[in-house]
Write a protein that binds this ligand. Structure first.
Ligand code: CMC
Length: 382
């Protein structure tokens, strides 16, 4: 095997086909089942987009009502899960909390399965599991933030759609429509992005015919890293570190001299801008106006102008979503769990697609360790 055969980081490798989404860096576009994501973000509630990603079509009115009827009972934390969360240290990183929560939900749901051979479940069961995870994860994330702040849990409200209910369960206040709209858009933009690291992780796990929960747990682990989903949290640390627009230049001089990666910029697939950024930037602008925080937009613009101007590296979705979640009132450590609550739709769609046309994912490696050698004193059996 030559060095040219080795695609470190699987750069440029097409690992399988998918009908779920298409990322096109040439046209700077992202399609969910054929629909441009910005059109979906502007017109749909996030659960309609979940239906699209899982089933291939936007729901009719009746289909959406039926999906909501089945999802609503799962919006509250099951008592066993709440107990498990309460046993975790209150300062545990919420990504660890969410990852553990999915593991607990898996144990509760698959209890009684006679063997690992049953783990994969039927397609119908997996559609139900996907809907349940989508319904319950906002409760996990919202309760996590409240627990860290020493506040009481808030029960879901059936009259609110998903984005509004998520905000309600986190803050306990009737959310403003401007905030609901920006939040709904962010959840749709985060819902799916083809074979990114966490989705690929989920597909690798599903390809062994392990269960859907195990695949989602693995995906959450992959998402936590700052080169992937952890970047939206990391962006906020950068904003906090810089402070205001006037100090951007000096901060960037230092950061680049130290060879730091600037969080929220760059992408493996998009090299001339992330297709999701304009939609999320418009949502951030609406929040800046709503909260009257022009300083946030000034810092955002100054860092983009300086860094992209110097390096030709463009913002990715995490760049506008970090400050947007901050303005909404989420704790910085909660940003990546918000990404989980949205991306669980894409993960589960991919897990089900993997099961439906499975081939075990098992690449090769080129060995470059010591040549064959032998343990002193070993005598081979006759
Ligand atoms: N800051 C500074 N330099 C950068 C950055 C950045 N954010 N992104 C890329 N570069 C440089 C990199 O150092 C390399 O330079 P050189 O050729 O001199 O070594 C060059 O650009 C090519 O970068 P790369 O690391 O080969 O590109 P990649 O495709 O492997 O990495 C990336 C993509 C996302 C890991 C990288 O851009 C990065 O680390 N960005 C910061 C973290 C981040 O924002 N992640 C979110 C990704 S998108 C949404 C999501 O998944 O949540």
């Amino acid at each position: 095997m030559t060095e040219q055969d080795i695609r470190k980081g699987l750069v440029g490798v097409v690992a399988d086909v998918t009908a779920i989404s298409k990322v096109n860096p040439e046209t700077n576009s992202l399609l969910y089942r054929g629909y441009p994501v910005q059109e979906l973000a502007a017109t749909q509630p996030v659960d309609a987009v979940a239906h699209l990603l899982w089933h291939g079509e936007l729901p009719t009115g009746d289909q959406l009502a039926e999906q909501r009827r089945r999802a609503r009972p799962h919006r509250a934390l099951p008592p066993e899960l709440r107990e498990a969360i309460d046993r975790m240290p209150v300062d545990a990183h919420p990504m660890d909390e969410v990852r553990t929560a999915v593991s607990v939900l898996g144990a509760l749901d698959t209890a009684g399965a006679a063997s690992v051979l049953e783990a994969v479940g039927t397609p119908e069961r997996n559609r139900e599991r996907s809907l349940r995870l989508f319904a319950v994860l906002p409760a996990v994330v919202a309760y996590g933030q409240r627990r860290r702040r020493g506040l009481e849990i808030i029960e879901p409200r059936d009259d609110l759609d998903d984005a509004a209910n998520f905000l309600w369960m986190t803050f306990g206040e009737e959310p403003d429509p401007v905030v609901v709209d920006a939040f709904n858009r962010s959840l749709i933009l985060y819902a799916e992005h083809s074979f990114n690291a966490s989705t690929f992780t989920a597909r690798v796990i599903a390809s062994t015919l392990s269960d859907l929960y195990s695949a989602v747990v693995g995906a959450i682990g992959a998402l936590k890293g700052p080169l992937h989903g952890g970047a939206n949290e990391a962006v906020m640390h950068v904003f906090d570190e810089i402070g205001d627009a006037a100090t951007v230049e000096a901060w960037l001089d230092r950061a680049l001299a130290e060879k730091r990666k600037i969080m929220g910029f760059g992408h493996r697939v998009y090299k001339r801008g992330d297709s999701r950024v304009p939609t999320m930037k418009a949502a951030l602008d609406a929040l800046v106006a709503h909260y009257d925080r022009p300083d946030v937009a000034e810092l955002y613009d100054a860092l983009e102008r300086e860094f992209t101007g110097r390096k030709g590296i463009y913002p990715n979705l995490d760049y506008p979503s970090g400050p947007a979640y901050n303005l909404m009132g989420f704790d910085t450590v909660t940003f990546t769990p918000l990404f989980v609550a949205a991306r669980v739709v894409g993960w589960t769609a991919h897990i089900m697609e993997q099961y439906a046309a499975n081939a075990l994912i098992r690449p090769l490696s080129a060995y470059d360790g010591p040549a064959e050698r032998h343990v002193d004193g070993y005598v081979a059996d006759e």
